[in-house]
Design a protein around this ligand. Sequence first.
Ligand code: PHE
Length: 463
Amino acid sequence: MAGGHQGQGWTSRWGFLLATVGSAVGLGSIWKFPYMVGANGGGAFVFVYLLALAVIVFPVLLAEFVIGRAGGKSAVGSLQDVAARHGGTRAWGLLGLWSIVAGILILSFYSVIGGWTIAYIPLAAQGAFAGQTGEQVAGIFNALLADPNRLILFHAIFMTLTAVTVALGITNGLERAVTILMPLLFLIMIGLVVFAAATTGLGKAAAFMFTPDFSKITPKIVLDAIGLGFFSISVGMGVMITYAAYSGREINLTEIAVATIAGDTFVSFLAGFAIFPLVFAYNLDPAGGPGLMFVTLPVAFAQMEWGTVVGAAFFILLLVSALASALSLLELIVSYAVERNVNRVVAALGGGLFCFVLGLATVYSFNEWSTWFPLAGVPGMEAKTAFDLIDFLTSNIMLTVGGVLIAVFVGWVMPSGAVAETLGVRNGASVGLLNFLLRIVCPLALAAVLWAGLFLTGGGGGG
Ligand code: PHE
């Protein structure tokens, strides 16, 4: 009874792939990727991001898959068992706990942003954006942020949807819905890209995203890019350990890893090409921060025929993809609780409630606490609100530290024969390469970037 997930195994390769893609594709790709690219100056950041995906995120994703399949339990249980099996200490379970704490913190703010997508569905459907200028659309967004009660309401709705779904254990039902809705989201996004491509901003957008100015690369930008890579692919925190634990042995993990990263990156670039042409065509600020998507896409909906329908459909689909990601976060927490004999319903509702309360810090960061900078005395953190700090702490620190340790665990604690066998890889060269990446490249690169990004304040924007 792998981790006590009654009836929750992924029945097929498709189901598992949809689950991992469902976890990966979400607000990270569509909301966060564009604003981080914008805040960090464009092409150079995109370049580092892609490099980080290939050299760091991909091996760590494979490592999580290996741990999950070999362990067959929650993040904590899998790490403990696999460590013990290979002569390591069961204290590796602490790494699982660390990732669960990261998951709790991420879910707390993820749900607030998920709430924004809920708020936008009726706005779009009622034509609130129709005929509005860029400035007026920004005004609608700012009014939402300024009102903590509305934010709390939508945050509560989002968290309830997530917690109830996980409590009922209907993850598979949701995955089935995602099978249909995800391709629809792709289609709408392609439509948005076509619309945006017809504006005057296309050339500037392409230049912005694809002309790397390497002089802009600072340690902080590299840390941001790696943090976003982990966040966007849902790696560095055991979600993929948990999911791989449910996967059938016949499923080829390497294929799933490649497809997950490719699918997520495809969506990120679609988002970039839907948003940046509008930014330049309407003279918006690419470094506008977390509101970027919420003030650019409505401008498109305002201009297009059928904009109310397309807009409402877009936000519904974005909500579904955000829910699939939030589910994976809560499942990470719940699978551990269930393993400790907590009732699934209690764990899901209790976990959801706890994250909801923590999320209030994010809610107030956009209004009442917007000028409260908890680490005002720390260089590089002077202007970060509570939300900025939670985001920075989780993506840039907790996920990267988790990533280093996961790489070290699979690279150094598990014998490479066992890793190769778990992955079903027989080719010596690919095993050697994976080993080299996990043993040497990931730990050294991540440790160096963490150190430099935290202590050499190279200025730089964003985040
Ligand atoms: N990858 C998700 C997204 O891009 C967010 C997420 C992060 C989900 C970490 C699970 C774990 O929206």
